[in-house]
Design a protein around this ligand. Structure first.
Ligand code: EPZ
Length: 417
């Protein structure tokens, strides 16, 4: 299993292009099952989660090939409606194939593994909503057998929580349902709007994406389309954390500042100055961060839960105490134990983590156990005195395209061993 070797306390500098958004690419790849014909998805990041989705697409009968930064998917030949467990288990987000396969074939059979590293990942909201669109769903020991022999019908769905995945599943399933579907309390993340944008290019009629109420007028069928994935706002937040924790100045090319509305003020609270000019975002960090006071994760447009771990790592050497409140997932502080091994002063109690900034972290051998926790350990290693070894790189590769190369190009002493 590969590891990253990092020698800390190197200043970073220069500019870096932000990769395409993982959490936009994954639902859009699932939606290509419904868009019969040639799809070209530009700016699609090279990630293991994307590879896992491509494996599912090929199994279902799609032709998939990569040409540089673009994925070409022809879904005309979809001839299966089951997804084997071995493919489902590779990534948590494969549940979003449920709505697409069901809408395309009238049936969907898949086993849905239970929790993952960051907590139980229930799918009750997905199933309740699909049933409201007319799906007959049988659940046995985590395996689902879904049928919609007469197609799906538009309906009114009220989500009890603005679940990103459930909103995506419904949007895809409702796109070719007969009649109109309205979704209240829908998730408002930029990735939802990107999925709606792609589906509308395929001929769907989806309105209100990014607001709280979604309206989807079903159409008979969808055709293929060209689409460019939006930049990854969580990767942007991660790179900003790398700059913040090393007292560096970086220019992020392609970062969408409007997607970082709740994130940028936290860096400014910590003493960073941020300037955005024609698609570039420049961060200038102080020699030492100040406390970022209180950071609460919330559904978009609130502070994103995926940026909690990277920012928490940056807070470890800030001047003063920073409090994090993780409101979205049950078990998303697993990286803090490893940060303590590097000399951080962290106390967690349920949803709350209290970070007392220390003057220095020290290099250590640390182990990542989830995607964003892995990023947090790399960020801490960049700040630490001496050498660190970060294992669990496979978690990093789920969501970050060549992070070690990106960081070494910016001046970090980091390499994969
Ligand atoms: C998406 O996961 C993202 N993944 C996650 O990013 C992100 O953290 C999350 O949204 C929140 O923003 C992808 O887009 C592929 P949810 P998802 O459904 O769709 C509960 C990363 O690091 N819930 O909004 O699974 C659930 O338990 C990943 O890139 C139900 O109770 O998130 C959680 O507590 C991690 N029942 C909360 O809602 C359901 O049916 C948020 O889940 C569905 C969800």
């Amino acid at each position: 299993m590969s590891k990253l070797l990092v020698k800390g306390r190197q200043k970073l500098g220069g500019e870096v292009s932000v990769q395409g958004a993982k959490n936009s690419a994954l639902p859009i790849l699932a939606a290509t099952v419904l868009a019969k014909g040639e799809n070209v998805i530009f700016n699609c990041p090279c990630l293991s989660d994307v590879d896992a989705s491509c494996g599912i697409l090929r199994y279902l009968g799609c032709r998939v090939r990569r040409e540089g930064g673009a994925l070409l998917i022809d879904s005309a030949g979809v001839d299966r409606s089951d997804i084997p467990d071995s493919l489902m288990r590779k990534t948590r987000s494969s549940i979003v194939f449920l709505g697409a396969v069901l809408a395309r074939t009238g049936r969907a059979r898949l086993c849905f593994p239970g929790g993952c590293e960051i907590g139980p990942r229930p799918i009750d909201l997905h199933l309740k909503a699909l049933r409201q669109l007319g799906a007959e769903i049988r659940e046995e020991h985590g395996c689902l057998d879904c049928r919609a022999p007469y197609g799906l019908k538009g309906g009114r769905v009220a989500l009890s929580f603005p679940s990103v995945g459930a909103t995506e599943d419904i949007m895809i399933a409702a796109a070719t349902a007969s009649g109109t579907t309205t979704v209240t309390n829908a998730a408002r993340e930029p990735e939802i709007a990107d999925l709606a944008d792609y589906l509308n290019r395929c001929g769907a009629h989806i309105y209100g994406a990014g607001e709280g109420v979604l309206v989807i007028d079903g159409v008979p069928s969808l055709h293929g389309a060209l689409h460019t994935i939006i930049p990854d706002r969580i990767v942007a937040a991660t790179l900003l954390s790398c700059a913040a924790v090393t007292g560096s100045e970086l220019v992020l090319k392609g970062a969408v500042t409007s997607h970082l509305g709740a994130v940028l003020p936290v860096f400014e609270e910590g003493g960073c100055s941020l300037q955005s000019r024609d698609g570039d975002l420049k961060i200038t960090a102080p020699h030492r961060l100040r406390s970022m006071r209180v950071v609460r994760t919330m559904p978009y447009p609130g502070f994103p839960t995926d940026a909690q771990a990277p920012l928490l790592a940056a807070a470890c050497t800030a001047l003063g105490t920073t409090v994090f409140v993780e409101n979205i997932f049950e078990n998303r502080y697993r990286h803090t134990g490893e940060l303590i091994r590097m000399g951080a002063s962290v106390k967690t109690e349920g949803k709350v983590a209290v970070i007392e900034g220390v003057p220095r972290l020290y290099g250590a051998s640390v182990e990542a156990t989830d995607l964003r926790g892995a990023a947090a350990l790399v960020i801490a290693a960049l700040a630490a005195e001496g050498k660190s070894t970060v294992s669990g790189v496979k978690y990093l590769e789920r969501g970050y395209e060549n992070l070690e190369t990106v960081l070494s190009d910016l001046g970090a002493e980091i390499k994969k061993i």
